[in-house]
Write a protein that binds this ligand. Structure first.
Ligand SMILES: Nc1ncnc2c1ncn2[C@@H]1O[C@H](COP(=O)(O)OP(=O)(O)OP(=O)(O)O)[C@@H](O)[C@H]1O
Length: 596
């Protein structure tokens, strides 16, 4: 029973492919038909050889001519079958792979933020590329061959029995030996295949890290160290592949020798039968031909087996992704914005990132309001939990206890599309997608007219720098916006948020110092963006906290105090300390200075 369960577990990925096979039912049906044609033609060929030989031995020229003419037709039909088989197989595999790849990609987009923070992007990438490619055999050639070969062997065996049962029985006794060795080999190959695919995933992750962190690799002179690590990893991969090649070569040599021995054995015994007058020369020829059809599937099975085990290992990794529980059923899409009427409430919110009870408590019983139309600034030492509060409001994570509400409605119960429609988020580090400036702006509002795009860019103080670039709005920003300066990227992010036009703005002020002029342009743009919206911001500038309607002071995940600047300065020692160290040194615009 255990063995059956284990066998089922090993081939589970294959069963999981069934829905995809079903969706291309007619193609697989056609392939099955061709498969039977192929088996039929192999048997027919043995029959033909048998009769041609007997006709030749009997010097029956009339019969010989007829049989050779039939043979010529057979060659043409078999050529056509091979073409149809190969073309249809490639088409089916490509279609199934395309469908599976679309499903995996969509599934990735539905995953919660936690899914991404727990996995390496390189490994995910490797699954979508290497593993999907390696799955090919499980969808096409090996899958069909694994059905065809035993069928072929079975039919050949039946035919062999009709030709000469004594000889067939002798050959059959040796068959189970080949199958037993094959099954042992298969298990080993699959385990090794899984390790190879995992190693490939790790290697892709390392390469992705090297490329993304190229500047750090250079500044810390990590070149040699990284090259050595890469070589160690590829060496490990090479050894695994060599191990597989060695085992496979042994198996191949064994099965091939077994086939030849069986061939010689039947030829020897058959010759004795001919001498005894129990067999014609033609029948022995036909027998030996058929024996090839019996043995070659058995020995060929090893190659197919090998490819199939690699494929199954890759399939396991793909289905592992598809098994990850999605956050939403449907992919979120842009919906109509709804205004914020009352405001946002954080009510006794506690949270930890890890799911176990011993992971660090990041937020502890936090309560505060962000009334509609007001600006609330979050201040606190590094690691106090400011960004985490954003993550909870954005619905990236759910509080362990307490809730975050928008107009009295728990954000947990608001659909993803509606929630994101009401929130505009400008993070510290702006992420720009590869493509032009225009493409990046249009992500926020695909239907925006050119005039609207320009107006948003002007409001964000970005239009002038965009126009000074050689290709204006069509300038490529490079990977992650690498061809633009920090201030330019920030202003594009602000233009994007202006186009998104959500009633609530989440703003994580950049800590990185920009030069005076750039800083002023960004600040002006931010002020325009915040005007008329409810704003929750992580503040790093004195001018920001002075302009806020309320300041919430956080320390180690707790709300220590909240109020306006002057009140807090008078009664909250932590705030006074933060003011002293973080904000005070900053030069103030004249208007704000007067308010201190
Ligand atoms: N994805 C994560 N998984 C596990 N722990 C995390 C994760 N993100 C943040 N943390 C931890 O949560 C705590 C609060 O982090 P958070 O980013 O909210 O602080 P912050 O106040 O925004 O800090 P900073 O001002 O430095 O950005 C930190 O101790 C941090 O290590």
């Amino acid at each position: 029973m255990k063995a059956i369960l284990r066998l089922y577990e090993s081939y589970r990925p294959l069963f999981r492919l069934l829905p995809y096979v079903k969706r291309h039912g007619w193609m697989y049906a056609a392939l099955f038909l061709i498969l039977f044609l192929d088996i039929g033609s192999s048997l027919f060929f043995a029959w033909l050889i048998m009769h041609v030989t007997d006709a030749a031995v009997a010097a029956d020229m009339g019969r010989l001519k007829l049989l050779l003419a039939v043979g010529a037709v057979f060659v043409a039909v078999s050529g056509l079958t091979i073409f149809a088989n190969s073309y249809l197989q490639a088409m089916t595999v490509n279609k199934v792979r395309k469908m599976l790849s679309n499903d995996v990609y969509r599934h990735l987009l539905k995953q919660p933020v936690r899914f991404y923070s727990e996995r390496h992007s390189g490994d995910l990438l490797s699954r979508l590329t290497n593993d999907l490619q390696a799955m090919e055999n499980a969808m096409g050639y090996s899958l069909l061959a694994l059905i065809q070969m035993p069928l072929m062997a079975g039919m050949a065996l039946v035919y062999l029995f009709t030709l000469n049962w004594q000889l067939a029985l002798l050959c059959l006794l040796l068959g189970p030996l080949a199958l037993g060795a094959g099954s042992l080999m298969g298990n080993w190959l699959r385990r090794n295949g899984r390790t190879v695919q995992n190693e490939l995933g790790r290697l892709t992750g390392f390469v992705a890290d090297t490329i993304a962190g190229q500047l750090i690799v250079r500044t810390f002179a990590l070149g040699r160290q990284f090259a050595e690590r890469y070589e160690r990893d590829t060496e490990r991969l090479y050894k695994l592949e060599q191990k597989e090649a060695k085992a496979f070569s042994f198996y191949r040599a064994g099965s091939s020798s077994f086939g030849t021995a069986l061939f010689l054995f039947s030829l020897g015994v058959g010759s004795i039968f001919i001498a005894q007058g129990k067999l014609t020369v033609g029948t022995l020829m036909g027998f030996v031909m058929l024996l090839r059809q019996l043995v070659s599937p058995l020995s060929g099975l090893s190659g197919v087996w090998n490819a199939m085990q690699r494929s199954l290992a890759a399939s396991e990794r793909i289905f592992e992704l598809l098994d990850a529980k999605p956050e939403t059923g449907e992919l979120p899409q842009r919906t109509r914005q709804k205004p914020l009427l009352e405001g946002i409430r954080f009510e006794r919110v506690s949270f930890r990132y890890g799911e176990s009870a011993d992971s660090a408590q990041v937020l502890d019983n936090c309560s505060f309001d962000v009334p509609a139309g007001q600006t609330v600034a979050l201040v606190g030492p590094s690691g106090a939990g400011k960004t985490t509060l954003f993550h909870l409001l954005l619905g990236f994570y759910t509080p362990e206890s307490g809730y975050v509400a928008m107009d009295g409605c728990d954000v947990k119960t608001i659909g993803r599309s509606e929630l994101t429609a009401r929130l505009g988020y400008v993070p510290q580090d702006t992420y720009l997608f590869s493509g032009s400036i225009r493409d990046n702006l249009l992500y926020a509002k695909p239907e925006a007219a050119e005039t609207e795009l320009i107006a948003a860019a002007k409001h964000a103080n970005a239009h002038d720098f965009i126009m000074s670039l050689p290709e204006g709005y069509d300038t490529e920003v490079g990977e992650r916006g690498g061809k633009l300066s920090g201030g330019q990227r920030q202003r594009l992010a602000i233009a994007r948020a202006l186009l998104w036009d959500a009633p609530v703005l989440l703003l994580d002020e950049a800590t990185s110092a920009l030069d005076g002029e750039s800083e002023q342009l960004v600040q002006e743009a931010l002020a325009r963006l915040a005007a008329g919206r409810t704003t929750l911001m992580i503040a790093h500038r004195l001018s920001t906290i002075l302009n806020a309607d309320r300041i919430v002071v956080l320390e180690s995940g707790r709300v220590v105090d909240q109020g306006r600047h002057a009140e807090l300065l008078a009664r909250c020692p932590l705030y006074a300390r933060l003011y002293e160290h973080q904000f005070r040194s900053e030069p103030l615009p004249e208007k704000a200075a007067a308010a201190v």
